[in-house]
Design a protein. Structure first.
Length: 482
C-alpha cells in the first residue's frame, strides 16, 4: 500500500468518540448533615467532624470528646445528549440510587487542646448507561457502484461507572481561644469502568447487497489509590468564624488497569479507490495506573447570631497538564500488519486525563425556627474542570463532559441535647447549548460514514435528591447556637 492516510483518519475518529458524563466536577458531593444543607459553606467552622474534610483546623474548637456522623443522599439523575448519533437519536440516562455522604467520628484524646477525627466519604459516585440508534435510506455510495439510496444502520452505546471512596484521618491543635491548626490525611480509592460500542453499516444496491461499514469496541477498567494532605487554619472570635485551607497535589502510589480496543472496517475505500477490510485490535492488562488531584486553596467566613447563621466559602483548584492514566505499550495494532505497520497501540488506546483551573463559590443560610428546629437554604457553583486539550489527542476518552453544574439544598434539622436529625431536598442542574458533538449521521456519506459529521448540540443534567442525616454527640457536648 502506498498510503494509509484515510485509514489513519478513520482510526483517529474511532479513538475520539465522545463519552458523555458529568464527572468532571469537584463539588458534586457535600458531606455530613449540616454541611450538606449549607452547600459546603462551613469552612469557617461547624459543630461536627465534617471539619475533617472542610477545614481540619476547625476541629480544635469542637467542645465534644466524640462525635458520630452518618448521612446519605438518595437521588434520581437524568442526563440527556440531544442528537447523539443524529436527528432524534439521543442519549438519555436515568439512574436511581443512594450515596453515602459521610460516616465517621472522633477519638477521645483526654486533652481538650488536641482533637483526632476520622471519616469515610464518597466524593464521586457516577453511573451512566445509554444507547442511541439511527437507521434510514440515504444517498451514500457513488451511483456507478450503487444506484439509488442505500440502507444505513447505526448504533452507539455507552456504559460509564466511576466511584471514589475517601478515607480521612485528621489531627488538630488549638493554640488558644481564637486560633487552631489541623492536618487531614486524605486517601482516595478511585475505580473506573468504561465501555463503548459503535457501529455503522451500509448495504450497497448491487447483486450481492455488499456490506460496507465498521464497528468499534473500547474498554477501560482500572483502580488507583492516591494520597493528599489538607492543612487548615481556623480563627474564631465572638459571632465570627473564618477559615483557610491548602490541599497538596496528590501522590499516586498504587493501582492496576486494563485497556482494550477493537476496530473493524469492511469494504471501505480507505486508500485510493480500492475497497479493503481490516481490523485494529489489542488488549493490555496489569498496567500501572496514575491519577492526579490538583493543588487547591479554600477560604470561608461564617457569621452567627441568636436566630440565624450565614456562611460564604470559595475554593480554587489549579490546573493539571495532560498525562496518561496507564502506560500503553506500542504493540502492533492494525491487522494485517502490512496495511499500516506504523500505527501502534499506544497512539489509539491511551487513556489520558487533564484539568483546567476552577473557582467555585458557596453560600448557605440557617434560620432558627425554634430552639431545637432550624431551616436551611443554600446553593453553590460546580464548574467543570474538563480540559479541551483532550479533544486534540487520540485515544480513549472516558470523561469529557464540559457543562457547568449548579446545586441547591433546603431542609430542616431537629436538634436534641445529644443528637440531631436532618432532612433535606437536593437539586442540581446544568445545561449547555454549545456541546461539540462528533459522529452525527444526519448527512452520511461514504467519506464520513465512520467519521460522522461535527455538530453543535444541547446537553443537560438534572438531579433531585433526598438527604437523611443523623449526628450523635458523646460526653460533655452541649449544642451551641453561636
Amino acid at each position: 500500500m502506498k498510503s494509509c492516510s484515510k485509514l489513519i483518519t478513520i482510526l483517529v475518529f474511532f479513538s475520539n468518540l465522545i463519552v458523555y458524563s458529568q464527572d468532571t466536577h469537584y463539588w458534586s458531593q457535600q458531606f455530613g448533615t449540616e454541611s450538606a444543607l449549607m452547600s459546603g459553606a462551613v469552612i469557617g467552622g461547624a459543630n461536627d467532624n465534617t471539619m475533617l474534610f472542610y477545614n481540619p483546623g476547625a476541629l480544635g474548637f469542637l467542645d465534644n470528646t466524640s462525635i458520630s456522623v452518618n448521612a446519605n443522599a438518595y437521588r434520581i439523575e437524568n442526563i440527556s445528549i440531544a442528537n447523539a448519533l443524529g436527528e432524534k437519536a439521543s442519549f438519555n440516562s436515568k439512574q436511581l440510587g443512594s450515596v453515602p455522604l459521610l460516616a465517621g467520628g472522633m477519638i477521645d484524646t483526654k486533652n481538650e487542646d488536641w482533637k483526632i477525627a476520622y471519616g469515610f466519604m464518597a466524593p464521586v459516585n457516577f453511573d451512566f448507561k445509554a444507547i442511541a440508534r439511527r437507521d434510514g435510506n440515504f444517498d451514500i455510495i457513488a451511483t456507478d457502484e450503487s444506484p439509488g439510496l442505500e440502507e444505513l444502520v447505526g448504533e452507539s452505546s455507552i456504559t460509564n461507572k466511576l466511584s471514589e471512596i475517601l478515607v480521612a484521618f485528621g489531627v488538630a491543635h488549638r493554640f488558644n481561644d481564637n486560633w487552631s491548626f489541623g492536618v487531614s490525611n486524605l486517601i482516595t480509592v478511585r475505580s473506573h469502568t468504561f465501555n463503548r460500542n459503535y457501529s455503522a453499516y451500509v448495504f450497497m444496491n448491487d447483486v450481492n447487497s455488499t456490506l460496507v461499514g465498521g464497528n468499534l469496541s473500547q474498554n477501560i477498567d482500572y483502580y488507583n489509590v492516591r494520597y493528599a494532605a489538607k492543612l487548615g487554619l481556623s480563627y474564631q472570635k465572638g459571632n465570627w468564624k473564618t477559615g483557610l485551607t491548602i490541599t497538596t497535589p496528590s501522590i499516586s502510589f498504587m493501582g492496576i488497569g486494563t485497556v482494550a480496543s477493537n476496530i473493524a472496517a469492511r469494504n471501505l475505500k480507505l486508500i485510493d479507490d480500492e475497497r479493503i477490510s481490516g481490523v485494529a485490535t489489542d488488549r493490555q492488562a496489569e498496567l500501572k495506573t496514575t491519577y492526579k488531584s490538583p493543588f487547591s486553596i479554600s477560604g470561608g467566613v461564617n457569621y452567627n447570631n441568636d436566630k440565624s447563621k450565614i456562611g460564604i466559602a470559595f475554593q480554587y483548584y489549579a490546573s493539571i497538564d495532560v498525562y496518561d492514566i496507564m502506560d500503553v505499550a506500542p504493540n502492533t495494532f492494525v491487522r494485517p500488519a502490512s496495511l499500516a505497520p506504523e500505527l501502534t497501540s499506544d497512539d489509539f488506546m491511551r487513556a489520558q486525563a487533564a484539568a483546567k483551573d476552577v473557582f467555585n463559590m458557596a453560600v448557605g443560610y440557617e434560620y432558627m425556627l425554634k430552639n431545637d428546629l432550624s431551616l436551611y437554604l443554600s446553593g453553590r457553583s460546580d464548574l467543570t474542570y474538563f480540559d479541551k486539550r483532550l479533544n486534540e489527542s487520540n485515544g480513549i476518552k472516558a470523561t469529557i463532559s464540559d457543562w457547568n453544574l449548579y446545586h441547591f439544598a433546603s431542609g430542616i434539622t431537629l436538634k436534641k441535647q445529644k443528637s440531631q436529625l436532618s432532612l433535606g431536598l437536593l437539586y442540581s442542574t446544568g445545561v449547555t447549548n454549545n456541546y461539540e458533538q462528533k459522529g452525527s449521521l444526519n448527512n452520511p456519506a461514504e467519506g464520513n460514514l465512520l467519521q460522522g459529521s461535527r455538530t453543535i448540540t444541547k446537553a443537560s443534567y438534572n438531579s433531585l435528591g433526598f438527604l437523611l442525616g443523623y449526628t450523635f454527640y458523646f460526653k460533655k457536648f452541649e449544642l451551641q447556637n453561636d
